[in-house]
Write a protein that binds this ligand. Structure first.
Ligand code: ATP
Length: 353
């Protein structure tokens, strides 16, 4: 039985349908990340699970129990928000213990749970401070602590790291992931950051305009994106896409011919029009190598590798090459392509071929 289940939920705000029927099942202990561009409906989906928003139709179940008509406090969930929502006049200790106090939990139990959360989150030195005397990362840990002590069936996170600087974001994302592993609590996490999604999730749900484009583990999303949208959304720098055709066992890109591995060539056959996709990091040598000539318009050294940004056959391209790769702006450069990493999409539907 799934632990969390969205069963054909829809949501309209007035005449605007934000979620067409959306169904998603989440296993017990799973860390699921909803990701997608701004406005795709991630937060609305999470808020419907939390009970902060009412679905227009469909059912929501947690632990097999239909919670669709229950108020948020009766759903046995705990949510961590982007803006922390701490009580400014209370100490860290009081903030973390507040919900238990309201529920009438005995004082001794409140104290032991707060102590345990403070230990897990390295907040022990700050328990008697007020939020204004904490850094952003510490405040976020207090917000997490407050969710933790409730020992909910499900943790919900809505962009919890977006107010932190880049370095702290990376640290906190590891902390949250480790904590979730340790506690084994089913978690639904919303972000627009694909790196956050890929690094934290057991399963990433990529959404666009209220629809689930693909739900899969991070490696599958990266290696076998279901369509061009997912292929473009996952990976940085983004995948290159070229309008091309397939003929004689090769990709024909303008005047250039890029031979495919024989199995792929047989599987795909000849096609007058395809979208050929290759990631910048797969422009490297391989046993099934082709050579693409491009013209760099900009060269960006990043230390570990260098990006060539330019065009090939009049189409935009980004290549990630070795820092010692010889290239000059405006001068044709020939880069190797690992054709075992080539992706193909239908130019009409965008679906993976
Ligand atoms: P973001 O990453 O920007 O937060 P999101 O994917 O979380 O985006 P939602 O916040 O779920 O998206 O919003 C989905 C759509 O619903 C958006 O087009 C938004 O404008 C619309 N929407 C959300 N709340 C309301 C509301 N109360 N009234 C009307 N429209 C709303």
């Amino acid at each position: 039985m799934p632990h969390v289940e969205f069963d054909a939920i829809t949501k309209s705000f007035g005449a605007v349908e934000v979620l067409p029927p959306l169904s998603l099942s989440i296993e017990k202990g799973e860390f699921v990340v909803l990701v997608g561009p701004s406005g795709c409906g991630k937060t609305t989906t999470l808020r419907i699970l939390a009970g902060l928003e009412t679905a227009s139709s469909g059912r929501v179940r947690i632990g097999g129990r239909d919670v669709t008509d229950l108020r948020p406090g009766a759903r046995d969930i705990a949510m961590v928000f982007q803006n922390y929502a701490l009580y400014p006049h209370m100490t860290v200790r009081q903030n973390i213990g507040y919900a238990m106090k309201v529920h009438g939990t005995p004082q001794a139990e409140i104290e032991s749970r707060v102590a345990e959360a403070a230990r897990l989150l390295a907040l022990e030195p700050y328990l008697d401070r007020k939020p204004r005397a904490l850094s952003g990362g510490q405040r976020q840990r207090v917000a997490i602590g407050r969710a933790l002590v409730r020992q909910p069936q499900v943790f919900l996170f809505d962009e919890p790291l977006s107010n932190l600087d880049a370095k702290l974001r990376v640290e906190m994302r590891t902390e949250i992931k480790l904590l979730q592993r340790r506690l084994g609590t089913t978690t639904v996490y919303v972000t627009h950051d694909q790196v956050e999604a890929m690094t934290m999730a057991d399963r990433v749900v990529v959404m666009r305009a209220g629809r689930i484009e693909q739900a899969a583990d991070p490696i599958t999303l990266y290696e076998r994106p279901a369509n061009r949208f997912v292929a473009n959304f996952i990976g940085s720098p983004a995948m290159n896409f070229f309008e091309a055709s397939l003929a004689g066992g090769a990709v024909v890109l303008g005047s250039q011919t890029l031979p495919l591995p024989p199995d792929e060539a047989r599987r795909l056959g000849n096609r007058p029009a395809v979208v050929f996709g290759i990631r910048p990091e797969h422009m490297r040598s391989s046993a099934h190598q082709a050579t693409l000539t491009l013209i760099p318009e900009a060269i960006e050294p990043l230390g570990a590798h260098t990006l060539l940004l330019g065009t090939a056959e009049g189409q935009k391209v980004t290549a990630q090459v070795d820092p010692r790769f010889p290239a000059a702006v405006g001068q044709p450069a020939s880069v190797p392509l690992d054709m075992t990493q080539a992706h193909f999409f239908d130019p009409g539907t965008g679906l993976r071929l």
